[in-house]
Ligand binder design. Structure first.
Ligand SMILES: [Fe+2]
Length: 185
């Protein structure tokens, strides 16, 4: 006997388009208020929420979020002209969106352009190259350690959420900037 009732109506569009706050009566709102880190907006158009932090001579990182529980870090990587981010190995999952310019990897046959989504999975190693005159800006929502290797394939260092926090906070200390609590989930 199947006593599941059939779905009467399938939503095909948002049921309300009214610009009005509706109380949805969520049963666990008190728990959310007590325990949730809360959603937030991090502005990227200016340096007020987060400055560009140099990443070598030809690139910079605008840090957007750090989650030490999940090992997640989010940022915009800006390679300022034709250049390379050398071969690295992912231990976690990466989602990036190309915002400006273009980028490719020597290991793959595609070239990412603005709006395109890049997915990277654990165990992948690859070599990032931009040949665009303005380089590339990549938004990333990234999880898990990234291992960096030198030209000879020798392991050099691991960039994980702690590395990214240290990169941000070291620059803040040098510049006399108070780290922005909004970046810490
Ligand atoms: Fe990668």
């Amino acid at each position: 006997m199947n006593d599941m009732k059939p779905i009467k109506k399938v939503m095909t569009a948002p049921p309300s388009t009214k610009a009005q706050i509706v109380d949805v009566g969520f049963a666990h709102k008190a728990l959310v208020d007590r325990l949730s880190p809360g959603g937030r907006y991090i502005d990227a158009a200016t340096d007020v929420d987060s400055p560009w932090v140099p990443f070598g001579d030809k690139a910079a990182i605008k840090h957007l979020a750090f989650d030490v529980r999940q090992g997640i870090f989010s940022n915009i990587l800006w390679v300022k002209g034709p250049g390379v981010v050398g071969t690295h190995l992912h231990r976690g999952t990466i989602m990036m969106v190309c915002l400006e310019g273009s980028v490719k990897y020597l290991e793959y046959d595609w070239v990412a352009s603005p709006g395109g989504l890049i997915l990277e999975v654990p165990g992948e190693s690859h070599t990032l190259v931009t040949e665009h005159p303005n380089g590339v800006k990549l938004f990333g929502w990234m999880q898990g350690p990234i291992e960096f290797y030198d030209d000879d394939g020798a392991y050099v260092d691991t960039a994980d959420v702690w590395w990214f926090i240290n990169h941000y906070e070291t620059y803040c200390r040098e510049q006399g900037i108070t780290p922005n609590p909004k970046l810490y989930l």
